[in-house]
Design a protein around this ligand. Structure first.
Ligand code: LLP
Length: 432
């Protein structure tokens, strides 16, 4: 019998020394583009898209990384896109997505319409996935007769952090499952046709919770009835960030969803499209935040490695206590034989929480890393999802440059911000 696929990241999955990314020298990339620098490996993204091809449609949750270059890559691979704001809709269009099509290339999924997004969605005739009863009314009043899908909160959820669990009573997301009937009546009242249901229970969820979603979908879909043409499994697929963490068994995951889809097809007597809507899974492992070690200092028993990248560049550790693998890039050679020691890794910001090695609740911890000298590079890995998109200009730091490596070439896909970019739109009132 063939052995089951290995889903757990092995102990050596995250080497602590690195000289290249996608075949290019990290030192040369840093020299050419400066640091802090986000580097993405296009091949990794294509590989991850390939993993999910059994689903009828992959719809990329661009909130994970909405770089135009990455959206363009997704589009060329036949991946559709989800947008949560007018800005994300515009990004999708700027990357070449069409406004309309079957299935809709761009879907607006949110819990509210702000005024701008409602106007934009209506003017473009975009498909909307409604996450609140009010959205149904607001859309129905202005565009009666449209097709909509509903995002349902099934009453349970799961995520890698409480802050990324999007199900249950503590979550603001989706339409509460017990209100589905009421929402169907609202839709009827406006002549809206509910063509699909969507469930997304959280980000970084585990298989146990993800697999419960299919059952919830079946029950809800039977309530919604025969107007449905689509069911969406949402996103949430985890990726391992450290040894021992696992991928979901995608074959098994697909089988569960496909079985639910088939039972519903039998009940409705017509085919249903099965979508999946990942963000993290497609891009997390493609991304590297390259930084320069600028100071090594001791505080009592702790050694601090201080980088030129901070939580302005990657907020996941300070927000969720998220763990990211890290590696040192030797200035010369491969670094073999360097001793390893426990260090705290932090950034340049004027705030104590600017630490990349911390656990949930802000407790500083250490990481075993090879000895490194000021001026050498440290790479924070698995940073392609919710990295650059969540960065800020705190402490008046410019957003980092971003590079996409594709076909062995490094393409600058976002310039580092300048001081002019930082103060654009600001003004000083004339003296009184
Ligand atoms: N669909 C919907 C409706 C979502 O709200 C999300 C994520 C996704 C799909 C994609 O989820 P994914 O496949 O990436 O897990 N900033 C957090 C994650 C927030 C996720 C928000 N919604 C983090 O850094 O972990």
């Amino acid at each position: 019998m063939p052995s089951p696929p290995t889903l757990t990241a092995p102990a050596d999955a995250f080497p602590v020394l690195r000289t290249e990314i996608a075949g290019l020298s990290v030192n040369e990339l840093a020299e050419q583009f400066g640091t802090p620098l986000y580097v993405y490996d296009a091949a990794k993204i294509r590989e991850r898209i390939g993993d999910l091809r059994s689903f009828d449609q992959i719809r990329y949750a661009q909130k994970a990384n909405s770089s135009l270059a990455i959206l363009d890559l997704m589009r060329r691979q036949g991946v559709l896109v989800e947008a949560v704001s007018a800005g994300e809709v515009r990004r999708a269009l700027a990357a070449g997505y069409k406004e309309q099509g079957d299935p809709p290339p761009v879907v607006y999924t949110a819990d509210i319409f702000d005024r701008e997004s409602l106007d934009l969605v209506l003017s473009l005739g975009l498909h909307v996935n409604c996450g609140s009863p009010d959205m149904i009314d607001q859309l129905g009043e202005r565009a009666p007769g449209s097709a909509i899908t509903l995002r349902i909160n099934p009453g349970f959820g799961h995520g890698h952090s409480r802050k990324t669990n999007t199900g249950g009573e503590q979550s603001k997301h989706g339409i509460w499952h017990e209100q589905l009937d009421d929402c169907l009546r609202r839709a009827d009242h406006h002549g809206l046709v509910v063509t699909g249901l969507h469930l997304h229970i959280g980000s970084g969820a585990d298989m146990e919770h993800l697999s419960q979603v299919c059952g919830a979908m079946e029950k809800l879909a039977l309530v919604a009835g025969r107007t449905l043409q689509l069911i969406s499994a949402g996103g949430g697929l985890p990726v391992p960030y450290r040894p021992g963490e696992s991928y979901v068994d995608l074959g098994e995951y697909y089988r569960l969803w496909d079985a639910s889809r088939k039972r519903l097809e039998a009940a409705f007597g017509h085919p249903l499209r099965l979508e999946i809507e990942p963000g993290r899974y497609l891009v997390a492992e493609s991304g590297y935040l390259v930084s320069e070690l600028r100071a090594v200092k001791r505080m009592g028993t702790n050694t601090f490695y201080l980088l030129d990248a901070g939580f302005n560049n990657l907020a996941r550790p300070i927000l969720y206590g998220a763990y990211h693998p890290m590696s040192i890039v030797p200035r010369a050679g491969d670094g073999a034989g360097r001793t390893q020691s426990e260090v705290v890794v932090g950034g340049p910001l004027c705030e104590s929480g600017d630490i990349f090695t911390q656990t949930d609740g802000g407790f500083v911890c250490t990481r075993s890393l090879p000895a490194a000298a000021v001026g050498e590079l440290l790479v924070i890995e698995n940073a392609g999802a919710y990295g650059a998109v969540m960065s800020s200009n705190y402490n008046s730091k410019p957003m980092a440059a971003e590079v996409l490596i594709s076909g062995g070439q490094a393409h600058l896909v976002r310039k580092r911000q300048s001081f002019d970019d930082l103060v654009r739109g600001e003004s000083i009132p004339a003296a009184e």
